[in-house]
Design a protein around this ligand. Structure first.
Ligand code: FUL
Length: 486
């Protein structure tokens, strides 16, 4: 264990990095929009993949599926919402239309929709009502790639798509996100659609100004794989050209059987998207927080039997680690929970979700209450913090927290106030034990961003801890620091 070296603090050496200057001004001027800020507070929410694929035991339909097969006899969107809300979810994104072109909503623009099935009810409408009832936000997945629509591949498809978007914007209350998948399996000889993204975006901005546009969109970026893997440092300020729609589409799924490959892949061409070393080479920067998507089982749609990969089942433990790494790694977690052919989330999934919920809540019981937090100054004096807001003055080196007697430190949760951009690049946590009165380093981390979770493998019996940013782009501003001890 290293003893504390106060000289490492951001306001002294800052690891030799510039602290106030033209470049740090340029970087910290890149800040989120109001809609992004609101989205960043959600942190964990769900995907529902449901459609004709569910009844064909498929991942990708070809657009020729028979509508009479779609009959989820016990469908209950309240059940979905009740279960997902119970896991701490903040919202649900439904596949209003997947690549097969089948629509789960009542649309005027194609016959290939739920109203013409034996089920005959608008499922997006039902879900929007359940979401309201359970206090969840509603999100819409509308696949740009459409294997059923005849106009796909021509300019009129853009009209078709905008018409459907307009229906979805107008008929289902507030929508928190429109999720535009980059996947396309047409290959070289298939139909190629030139998507009029600008028109899609302006339609959304017109009718749903608060919604974020995700993946092939300007507001939220895809993490680059479909297995919930995050980079060691996830940055939210990145070069615009590193997240263009064409790059996303190139890296997206091109075959329904690529499930494992997509889960394991970490976009290697851009594993460092936003350190200072990278950013100085790029003129156009954007604020684009990361979202990590992952499915609870093998495949995005429900399969009774094991799908392409027999052992590809994710345990609650695995999913909970994904939660800690994403929500605690400056990214959001989008967990897919697909209903079965009855139209219900099945027991198998409920069991996993119950255990997942228990695991993700475990480190966050027993927070230490305010009154024990203060800002430590260079001269050794302290400034008490009462409002739970930690904006460092130029002579403040760390956040000092006293641990109540008889309690041990279990975990730490922190958030930067991203209104002021992502600033912290590195920090350390020190503990003072009873005895020699010295401080020892117990954790060394990099970015904080929208959320940093630190879990200590063994409870730390310290009487005091100090959290010291050691490298930052400007004075650090944290809007939340929670300490859990038992
Ligand atoms: C992929 C799609 O091809 C999958 O079917 C699924 O919808 C996933 C979330 O995105 O790109």
């Amino acid at each position: 264990m290293n003893k504390i070296k106060i000289a490492d603090a951001w306001c002294l050496s800052n690891n030799g990095y510039e602290l106030y200057g033209r470049e740090t001004d340029r970087l910290t001027k890149v800040t989120p929009s109001e809609r992004q800020l609101e989205f960043l507070d959600m942190k964990y929410y769900n995907f529902i993949h449901f459609g004709v694929n569910t009844f064909y035991n498929r991942e990708w339909g070809d657009g020729k599926e028979k509508l009479k097969k779609f009959n989820p006899k016990r469908l209950d969107t309240d059940q979905w919402c009740e279960i997902l809300k119970g896991t701490g979810s903040k919202g649900v994104i439904i596949t209003a239309k997947h690549h097969d072109g089948f629509c789960l909503f009542d649309t005027k623009y194609t016959q290939h929709n739920v109203m013409n099935t034996p089920f005959g009810k608008d499922i997006v409408k039902m879900l929007s009502e359940s979401c309201k009832k359970y206090g969840l936000k509603l999100g819409i997945y509308l696949s740009p790639w459409d294997r059923h629509e005849e106009t796909y591949g021509t300019e009129s498809y853009n009209d078709f798509f905008v018409n459907q978007l307009t229906e979805l914007c107008q008929n289902y209350g507030e929508v928190f996100t429109f999720w535009f998948d980059g996947a396309c399996g047409e290959g070289k000889n298939g139909k190629k659609q030139i998507y009029d993204w600008d028109r899609y975006y302006s339609t959304i901005r017109k009718y749903q100004p608060d919604a974020v546009i995700t993946i092939c969109g300007p507001d939220v970026r895809w993490i680059g794989n479909e297995g919930g893997k995050v980079r060691e440092c996830e940055w939210s300020v990145i070069p615009a050209e590193k997240d263009s729609n064409s790059l996303i589409m190139e890296n997206s799924q091109t075959d329904a059987k690529q499930l494992r490959e997509m889960a394991e892949k970490l976009d290697d061409c851009s594993s460092d998207l936003g350190s200072r070393k990278i950013l100085r080479h790029f003129r156009n920067l954007v604020f684009k927080p990361a979202e990590a998507d992952i499915s609870i089982t093998y495949g995005w749609f429900y399969h009774d039997t094991l799908y392409y990969f027999p052992r590809f089942k994710r345990s609650a433990k695995y999913l909970s680690e994904v939660f800690f790494n994403t929500v605690g790694g400056n990214a959001s977690m989008l967990l897919n929970v697909p209903p079965n052919t009855d139209g219900l989330i099945s027991e198998r999934e409920i069991e996993t979700l119950n255990e997942f919920t228990r695991l993700i809540k475990a480190p966050f019981r027993n927070p230490i209450t305010d009154g024990r937090f203060s800002m430590l100054r260079l001269d050794g004096k302290v400034r008490p913090v009462r409002d739970g807001y930690f904006d460092f003055d130029d002579d403040e080196t760390g956040i000092k927290v006293t641990i109540p007697e008889g309690k041990k430190l279990i975990s730490i949760y922190m958030e930067e106030d991203l209104k002021f951009s992502q600033r912290v690049e590195e920090f350390k946590v020190y503990a003072k034990y009873q005895g020699d009165g010295a401080y020892y380093e117990i954790y060394s981390g990099t970015v904080i961003g929208s959320g940093k979770i630190i879990r200590f493998p063994a409870a730390v019996g310290a009487e005091e801890i100090i959290i010291t940013p050691t490298q930052t782009r400007k004075n650090p501003i944290l809007k939340k620091v929670l300490i859990f001890a038992k």
